[in-house]
Design a protein around this ligand. Structure first.
Ligand code: XMP
Length: 519
């Protein structure tokens, strides 16, 4: 898709880099994070309206070799340096950076200087406001011709700039929510300094992308692996809006989905749903169960499931024949993870262990590769995909295969499906998935059997474990505190309604040290 306006965020390794891009996009300007090693020519070739230098863990005065071309500072493009980025700007232009006598971390009071009165960056920003600081170095003197525009008690140079050179620097983090005037500062930088108009909108995204896909695919054919997850669902509907029946969606039901999930996906995307898609559902549960028989090791299970998925998908692709394009629901964080500029590489950590790169596709289309997850959800809504699908929690490619500890059998799948359905139903009925901001919640089956008593009979049945975590990035997670009365109600229902279960446990470990999934 052709971008009219672009802000490039040069990544120096700070922890909030993605957040900077988000904040810019919140203002309807498209932003992309690029490595700081990107050659200057490549940066200029993108014609950015502005550049943002991010924070980072290094000390500018300790660096032996530069990973970027300092000529970027005199390219005439407005630049905003944040934290390390501000120190870098000072250092490269002849200012002085040194270890601060007192490190600043957290909420800090920022005072604007007299010079800030004429600053475009601080237009309409309060004279005193709370900002978020996180630094051990500080700027001791600014380069010649630069004005100091703000300070804090421990940081006499908390912001500086040269309007003439279009260079702006802030020691604090405007991207962090705690910086009260952050949105205004970004707004000023984007609109007053970079001259952006704000042309990044989801409705135009859908329109522009549909047009671009049509031009690319022409009369060719495309194939999409549809899992029913948010990303692949949105990619499929977007593609179908662009090329209609030239697209075929293959949904492999590996028998490791949640209760009724296969039918739910088929109801939305199949012939009776609202979309006019070529939808192929492959019911391959028996095949997967037979391959998994006797296998207990989690990574081996993952590998088998991934590999079988590929085989099934490949067979379907061959049946359709002469398919030029493979559609993937890759989203922006995946692009970052797998290294920028490698758009055509199929990721090895794909959901189901890698899609077939040996099926003869001319090209891979990733229509969502510029979007963050919440933007994908927004596109989904624009496309009229039901809210239930749009707001889905992540579900691992190997599915219940890694939520059943030890060997996977059809009986165990049935147990975990039933228990999980009750768990989700009750949490949703209690509104907890919204109020507690849950990232993921599910039931899993331990391989443990224990003694119980039901009526007058001794039982020797399985223990189900319930898991619910609060997380934004899925890299770390806190255990969710589900109200006790809700948990006990769920436990009662599970032991009463699910045959083969006589005990329910709640997993109260965080990640780390545990992981979100049990395997
Ligand atoms: P863990 O268990 O590593 O999970 O804390 C982090 C996130 O990744 C998902 N996950 C997977 N997703 N294939 C996937 O597609 C996998 O093999 C896999 N293992 C974990 C997990 O559901 C959580 O969202």
């Amino acid at each position: 898709m052709e971008q009219k306006e672009l802000i490039l965020v040069m990544d120096f390794g700070g922890q909030y880099n993605q957040l900077i891009a988000r904040r810019v996009r919140d203002q309807h300007v498209y932003a992309e994070v690029i490595p700081s090693t990107t050659p200057l020519q490549s940066v200029l070739a993108r014609h950015p309206k502005g550049i943002i230098f991010t924070g980072g863990p290094n000390s500018v005065y300790k660096e032996d070799s530069l990973t970027y071309d300092p000529a970027i500072l005199s390219a005439g493009i407005p630049i905003l340096g944040i934290c390390y980025g501000s120190q870098l700007m000072a250092h490269l232009l002849g200012g002085r950076v040194a270890t601060a006598p007192v490190s600043e971390y957290g909420h800090t009071e920022l005072k604007l200087s007299e010079a800030a009165a004429s600053s475009k960056l601080f237009r309409d920003v309060a004279g005193v406001s709370t900002v978020w600081m996180s630094h051990t170095d500080r700027i001791e003197s600014v380069p010649e011709g630069f004005a100091v525009t703000a300070s804090t008690d421990n940081c006499p140079i908390a912001a500086f700039e040269s309007e003439e050179r279009k260079l702006y620097a802030v020691q604090f983090h405007p991207e962090v929510m705690h910086t009260v005037e952050g949105p205004k500062i970004f707004h000023n930088f984007l609109f007053d300094i970079c001259g952006c108009a704000g042309d990044w909108r989801m409705d135009t995204f859908v329109e522009d992308t549909v047009k671009a896909i049509r031009e690319k695919v022409g009369s060719g054919r495309a194939l999409c692996a549809l899992s029913g997850g948010v990303d692949s669902s949105v990619a499929a509907v977007l593609m179908s809006k662009a090329i209609g029946k030239q697209l075929t969606c293959v949904f492999v039901d590996h028998g490791l989905l949640r209760k009724d999930e296969g039918d739910e996906v088929a109801a939305v995307f199949g012939p009776d749903g609202p979309y006019d898609l070529n939808f192929v559902r492959v019911n391959a549960a028996d095949l997967f169960y037979s391959k998994l028989a006797g296998v207990t090791e989690p990574e081996k299970k993952r590998k088998i499931i991934g590999e079988e998925f590929i085989r099934v998908f490949e067979q379907e692709a061959k049946k359709i024949g002469a398919v030029d394009y493979l559609v993937q629901g890759t989203i922006y964080p995946d692009v970052i993870e797998s290294g920028l500029g490698k758009s055509a590489t199929i990721k090895s950590h794909h959901n189901v262990g890698g899609l077939p790169d040996y099926v003869d596709f001319k090209e891979i289309i990733e229509p969502l590769r510029m979007l963050f997850k919440d933007e994908v959800r927004q596109v989904g809504r624009e496309l009229g995909i039901p809210e239930k699908f749009v707001m889905r929690q992540p579900f691992p490619g190997p599915g219940l295969g890694i939520r059943i500890i030890g060997e996977v059998t059809p009986e165990k799948v049935k147990i975990v499906q039933e228990a999980d359905a009750i768990y989700r139903e009750e949490l949703e009925a209690a509104g907890i998935q919204r109020s507690a901001n849950l990232g993921q919640y599910f039931a899993a089956l331990t391989n443990m059997r224990s003694v119980g008593v039901m009526g007058d009979f001794r039982t020797y049945d399985y223990a189900v474990v319930l898991r619910a975590v609060c997380t934004a990035d899925f890299m770390t997670a806190d255990c969710a505190q589900i109200p006790w009365d809700v948990l006990t109600k769920i436990a009662n229902r599970i032991v009463n309604e699910v045959h083969g279960v006589n005990r329910v446990l709640y997993d109260c470990t965080s990640k780390p040290p545990a992981t979100i999934e049990l395997e």
